[in-house]
Write a protein that binds this ligand. Structure first.
Ligand SMILES: N[C@@H](CCC(=O)N[C@@H](CS)C(=O)NCC(=O)O)C(=O)O
Length: 124
């Protein structure tokens, strides 16, 4: 984290993870994947498919943030031990309502992918 506070970095990422690729320093998981995907042949070529892939990744980022918040429902800066009561309520609601909504969504995306229901985007 000290590295990210160095004055010599013109475009500092807010937090890990970040990717250093030559002279580039790229933060935010979805942004890192958007950079790596085309370079490693992991996304289709069309702009529409790439935008859709990125949309799904951003939705996954929303899910990850909600998972985090089950343990830090009052404040990220507080220890889990200091917000256990609220965490219990938040986790119960998360499991009852949010997990089915997110997983139901991704199930539908899988089913509706006309190029193969084993993948969210494209045929592989
Ligand atoms: N939206 C970011 C989240 C990154 C993140 O939550 N990083 C954590 C460590 S894995 C962190 O250091 N957060 C510091 C903070 O939120 O203050 C991503 O998808 O990469």
């Amino acid at each position: 984290m000290r590295f990210l506070q160095s004055d010599s970095i013109e475009r500092p990422p807010f937090a890990p993870p970040y990717l250093k690729a030559g002279r580039l320093l790229i933060g935010q998981t979805a942004n890192i994947l958007q950079f790596l995907g085309p370079r490693h042949g992991l996304v289709p070529k069309s702009a529409g498919d790439r935008s859709w892939t990125h949309e799904l990744q951003l939705t996954l980022a929303d899910l990850v943030a909600e998972v985090h918040d089950t343990h830090h429902p009052v404040a990220s800066s507080l220890y889990y031990e200091d917000q256990k009561k609220e965490a219990r309520r938040r986790a119960a609601d998360f499991l009852a309502n949010r997990v089915p909504k997110f997983l139901g969504y991704f199930e539908r995306v899988l089913e509706r992918n006309s190029r193969g229901d084993r993948f969210l985007v494209g045929a592989n």
